[in-house]
Design a protein around this ligand. Sequence first.
Ligand code: KIV
Length: 295
Amino acid sequence: MTLQPAPKQPGDSGGEQGAKHPRALYGGKGARRITVHDIAAAKERGEKWPMLTAYDAMTASVFDEAGIPVLLVGDSMGNCHLGYETTVPVTMDEMALLSAAVVRGTKRALVVGDLPFGSYQEGPVQALRSATRLVKESGVGAVKLEGGERSLPQTRALVQSGIPVMSHLGLTPQSVNTMGYRVQGRADEDAHRLLRDAKAAQDAGAFAVVLELVPAELAAEVTRSLHIPTVGIGAGPDTDAQVLVWTDMTGMTGGRVPRFTRQYADLRRTLGDAAQAFAEDVAGGAFPAEEHTFH
Ligand code: KIV
C-alpha cells in the first residue's frame, strides 16, 4: 500500500527538521493568542510572516483560520469599508466598533487597532486615552500610529503604560494632504531621516515598524539595522513581514489597485456573479424552490 502524504496545512514547511525557515507564527500550533513576544521571537528566528487588514468579524475569522498571525484593523477601513475617499475621516467610534468585531471573530491572531487621524496628534495624553479605549473596549492587543519623530512622545507614553505600539513610517496616509501618495525616502536626506525615525521608534519601545512605499534597498537597510521587525507594504522583499489590505489582496477593491499589491482572488467578480444569479432565479421564479419552502 502506498501512503499518501497528509494534506498540507497552513504553515507546513515540510517539517521543522531541515526546514530553511521553520514557521511558528503563520500556521503555528497553539490555541492562545499571539503576543508581541511571539513577534519578537520570529525576528530572532528569521521567520517571515504575513499581516492582513480586517474590518469585520466574519472576514477576520476566515483569516484567523487560515493562520494569519497578525490582523490590522487599519484606518484603511475609511476607503475600503466605510466609503470615505481617504483614511482621514475615520473616527475613534468607528475604529472601536470594528476593532471589537475583529477581536470577536478571532481566536489566535494578534489584533492591532489603528489610531485614526486626530486621535493622538495632540500629544501623549490624547494618545493614551484613545489607545486605552481600543485596548479596554475593543480588546485589541496592540495599536498602530503613524509618524516618526513627531509621534515619539506618544509611543513612549503608550509603551510605558503597557500598550504595545506598532509604528508606521514612509508613506503615512493620514498625511495625504501634505505628502500625497508618493514613494518616500528616495532622496538621501529623506532616507537618512527614515532610518533615524525607525531607530528612534525602536528606542521608544515600538515592537514593530510598518514601512509603506519606500525603496526596497532602504527597507532592507532599516530591517538589518533594527532588532524589532519591519512590516513592508510596497517596500520590497527584504522586510521581516508583509502586510496587504485585504480588499486589494482578494480583488474586492474596484478600479485600480496599487502596483505593490498581488491579487490572489477575484472576489468582486465572484460576488457580482452570485448576486446576478440570485436575481435571475428570483425574476424567473427558480428561487425559492421546494427545498427552501416550509409547509
Ligand atoms: O490602514 C492600513 O491598512 C495600514 C496598512 C496599509 C499598513 O496602515
